[in-house]
Design a binder for this molecule. Sequence first.
Ligand SMILES: Cc1cc2nc3c(=O)[nH]c(=O)nc-3n(C[C@H](O)[C@H](O)[C@H](O)COP(=O)(O)O)c2cc1C
Length: 176
Amino acid sequence: MRILVAVASRHGATREIAENIATAARTALTDAGVWSEVEVRDASLVTSVDGFDAVVLGSAVYMGHWLDPAAKFAETFADELRRVPVWVFSSGPVGERGDPADEPGNAADVVMRLGARGHRLFGGKLDRHSLHLPERAMVAALRVKDGDYRDWPSIRAWGREIGVSLATAEVAGTAS
Ligand SMILES: Cc1cc2nc3c(=O)[nH]c(=O)nc-3n(C[C@H](O)[C@H](O)[C@H](O)COP(=O)(O)O)c2cc1C
């Protein structure tokens, strides 16, 4: 089974989340005895989703919205994505806990349009040193503190859930 994890990340924090989801899903599939190839790719570089049996799509959140490459990916491949299992995640909130109000505007829309099996919002990471100048000014104005709020156990658990769900479907399909 081939799985694509497509991600839009500006400074790399969301890319690392995608890589952890990919590893956890691959491990769950291997544990269930299902062969898999899980590829993590920048959403902006994907030219086709042909040949993938499932897709996970994620984006960092900036100013309440997904990054363009993730939104464009969902739009460009909508027809193909409706035919395979899709999971969606966002990463952004930098604070002690994510608030439902932090849910990015496009995520609910994308879930509906693609018939995705779920959406998860994970905390993000803020490191002033990696930001561009206008971003740094914005963060300073909002008085947001640097920190890494990515919850690795829950990120990996979600990746594993995806792998288990795909493995269960694969095994049931093979048996019938
Ligand atoms: C200028 C700026 C605006 C941001 N706006 C939001 C936002 O509206 N909502 C949110 O949850 N996180 C917001 N964040 C936090 C980022 O989503 C977080 O730092 C994320 O981990 C960045 O991921 P990346 O390294 O993959 O780009 C913002 C960060 C910056 C620097």
